[in-house]
Design a protein around this ligand. Sequence first.
Ligand code: SF4
Length: 707
Amino acid sequence: MQSAQSSLSTETHCPYCALQCGMTLANGPDGLAVTPRPDFPVNKGGLCQKGWTATDLLGHPERLTSPLLRDSKDAPLRPVTWDAALARIAEQVQAVQSAHGLNAVGVFGGGGLTNEKSYLLGKFARVGLQTSQIDYNGRFCMSSAAAANLKAFGVDRGLPFPLEDIAQAQAILMVGSNTSETMPPVMQYFDAQKANGGTLIVADPRRTPTARAATLHLQLTPGTDAALANGLLHIAAADNLLDMDFIAARTSGYDAVQRVVNAYWPDRVERITGVPVKALTEAAHLLGEAQTAMVLTARGAEQQSQGVSNVLAFINLTLALGKSGRAHCGYGCLTGQGNGQGGREHGQKADQLPGYRSINNPAHRAHIARVWGISEADLPQAGVSAYEMLDAMGREGGVRALFVFGSNLSVSAPRAGHVQKNLEKLSFLCVSDIFLSETAARADVVLPCAQWAEETGTMTNLEGRVVLRRQAQEPPANVKTDTEILAAIAAQLGRGRWFPSSCPEAVFAELGHASRGGMADYSGISYAKIAAQDGVFWPCPSAEHAGTPRLFLDAYATEDGRAKFHPVLHRAPAEMPDTEFPLYLTTGRVMAHYQSGTQTRRVPRLLALIPDAYAEMHPSVAQRLGIADGDSVVVTTRRGTASVTAKVTPAIRADTLFIPFHWGGAGCANLLTNPALDPISKMPEFKVCAARVERSIVPPAPAALPV
Ligand code: SF4
């Protein structure tokens, strides 16, 4: 389905973040050139620097164009034929499974993969490899909000409303998101909200560009989000700002929450969060007195060992104020990765089957087994979460061979030094990528795959809108799409009959069939419908159904149709500053780069903007430690050290350091981060740990090149 393609141009979407900005690719004098689509209802003509430069990835001189293989662990990678690469893969998989069992082979996916790839990867693991061991880097991104959404609303869709609703909300609380830098085109909705007289409250330890644009900035201590939410609810209750009619009619469990938040009186919350009582009170009143309001969270609140509790606490606040289940109101999660939404719906997660079905539910298992043409007994049980899989690699009971698709986990996993060492313990590592990422460089076999503009597939953006990325040009001659690669490996393993087609539209049709009747029901979505409507919101259960832009207007997706409150206590982060490590360390993104930087660090125009990793620190910290802006510094935690450049700024709290996580090598922020996991979502605590910083006499090694 290429209805929006002419010989001159192709309508498609950006290869990066969850906004999935619409763009047109057209041939120009230097190859394909980008034009933002003013008529696409998400970005409405806006793009950020990453989108404008996206075509620099096509035809890049470092592009992988041949399978690579190493003859022994110490030998260099060398180009080989696909037949040789596939033969090596089959030989290694069979050897590992014979020696250690089926679950000794694992699969690690990515939240940037298309829906078709995500679906096929889950099927490949469970049917092609017959292993339970599959998870993906979305576990590091969305899992806390996903778990909280399921508990409170019975369904997990990041935003239960389209972005256009933001403009009509009178008040918005945004927690742990720097959208001005991470997805700038979305700010047009906040600008419109402001123009309509609305207020924006931003909670963030840093005074980011987003915080500077806000009506009110709550500069909270890292790791105190649940206390902040409970404190706001305490004030709202004390000042009669709650919507008791809504609570009675549409929710359950409020009384238990009220008993808990009684203990979060303003002075106590100021002591925990560092946010003055005056600002807490102003925020509670802005939200409570508005006719319409939203609460939005992102990774700042979610990437913590109490990430699920943090989100539940903000959902409690939203519900108690009656700002849910009606127009221009609601709790929403701002998804980060390109297909962070769709990637978690169709089977890449250890405990999940397509359509957001549970692998632990017998009826769900039976449905998927029927669609896949296998016995339910042959469908593996749940595996372990992403970090748990990486932590156990090479050990007794852990995976001994690993397939990686769409992830650079040796840079993006927490406690990255440990994960890098574990990769060396594997008997076999196979990576499919477009470039030789830090992870691919450690592989035994590297498979060159097609990238965004070279293949067709669907993505589900942060609104739950399924969009179509159309192919604009052919991939290089010896490069395959991931769906072709998965089908080829399955065939080599003698499991090819379960993978009859690698055509994305055929895979999407099978995905729709598998998702029918599930929570994320795509069965009524087709490429033609996406093209006709410029995206379709799930659930869309039939060909006649137009999709569902707004959820919860009549009922929530819980058994009784009511949203559920959950009492939440503030807990300290897994690691608090002490005399040895006196500062908080938090991590995040910058405008010019994306995820582990495998792509953006290879785009010269983006690299020129921010070439290396840095550590933001307050002037008082820098002065105390004799550090000047631009000095080389070493940041140390209990996991390791990172060498970066000092960036001295009053925009950060005096007890906090910030390092962006887009670099590998010595500047890799995840050499420092804490893998303490949320007990429900298994989200690592990327956003807060204890650290110290020292001036270094050795300049940081240039981190410009990924390997
Ligand atoms: Fe691409 Fe996201 Fe930038 Fe839009 S905001 S151009 S989707 S990276």
